[in-house]
Design a protein around this ligand. Structure first.
Ligand code: 5RP
Length: 287
């Protein structure tokens, strides 16, 4: 089976006329941030093997990953079963030719690949910027391995600058929000305010029909404690803190470099992505 080519940083990139031109064109066609997301996604799909059941994350970085996987399915005959973490990822996966099943059909997954809003040195995450944190956490937890694909800007010394999303039941949401704010006063966080996420004039609705409340904490001193306490508040379905769930972080850079960090072994690998074979996934992503 063909696999994407990863050139060691020190090695010379392929300079076979067309390949080099395409790489330059492709790299030039993408902004640095999209290049970073794309190369992280492209490196991450290297971990996917024939026959795997794969959790498919949500968001713009995850959309690149779905496109890359779809390319492997269509062109290399890679056989995988995908479990999407949102209706929009399910739609994209089907468009890309990936077989989609529910988590209950798949039961357990070999691997989940997803984006993140923030990650720290311990590879703990804030997720849910796209509002899919509940399904994302269920799917990632039901996987042997979770790989996070991200750009370098999302690495933080301490989680919390990105507003922490919590998914809440619509019934009594204002009471739930007030209880959460009250609880935050006694916890190691810098901010205690929260806001209901909106979609125009109406509350943003998750795929499960719930609301999202974003917590403006600025700095989270004890993410593990916060994750546990938040879920004790009646009405809170789940929070966007992913603690000890991520196994590998693949960090893409705007110049095509990728870094792979393994949380379990501490190993770090650096490389560079060759864009040559990817021309047909650069169409509109719709995400
Ligand atoms: C969706 C998520 C996303 O993975 C997260 O918001 C990152 O998104 P993007 O890759 O678009 O920056 O958690 O709920």
């Amino acid at each position: 089976m063909r696999r994407i080519s990863i050139s060691p940083l020190a090695a010379t990139l392929p300079i076979s006329g067309q390949g080099q031109e395409m790489e330059t064109d492709m790299a030039g066609a993408l902004s640095p941030i999209d290049t970073a997301k794309f190369v992280a996604a492209k490196r991450a799909v290297e971990f996917v093997q024939d026959g795997m059941r794969v959790g498919l994350g949500t968001g713009s970085t995850a959309a690149w990953m779905v496109r890359c996987l779809g390319e492997l399915v269509r062109e290399d005959g890679l056989r995988i079963t995908g479990v999407p973490t949102s209706t929009r990822t399910a739609e994209l996966a089907r468009q890309c030719g990936i077989k989609v099943v529910s988590l209950d059909e798949a039961k357990w997954l070999d691997l989940t690949i997803d984006g993140a809003d923030e990650f720290d040195d311990d590879m703990n995450l804030i997720k849910g910027g796209g509002g899919a944190l509940l399904m994302e956490k269920i799917v990632a937890t039901a996987s042997d391995q979770m790989i996070v694909i991200t750009d370098a800007a999302k690495q933080v010394a301490q989680l919390g600058a990105f507003p922490l999303p919590i998914e809440v039941i619509p019934f009594g949401w204002q009471t739930t929000k007030a209880l959460v704010e009250e609880m935050l006063v006694s916890l190691d966080v810098l901010g205690q305010t929260s806001s209901l996420r909106m979609n125009g004039e109406r509350p943003f609705l998750t795929d499960e029909g719930n609301y999202i409340v974003d917590l403006h904490l600025n700095r989270i001193g004890n993410a593990r404690q916060l994750a546990m306490v938040l879920n004790q508040v009646p009405g809170v379905v789940e929070n966007g803190l992913f603690i000890d769930i991520c196994d590998i972080v693949v960090i893409g850079h705007g110049d095509g470099r990728v870094e792979v960090r393994d949380a379990n072994t501490g190993a770090v690998e650096e490389g560079r992505i060759d864009f040559v074979d990817s021309d047909n996934i650069f169409a509109d992503l719709g995400d």
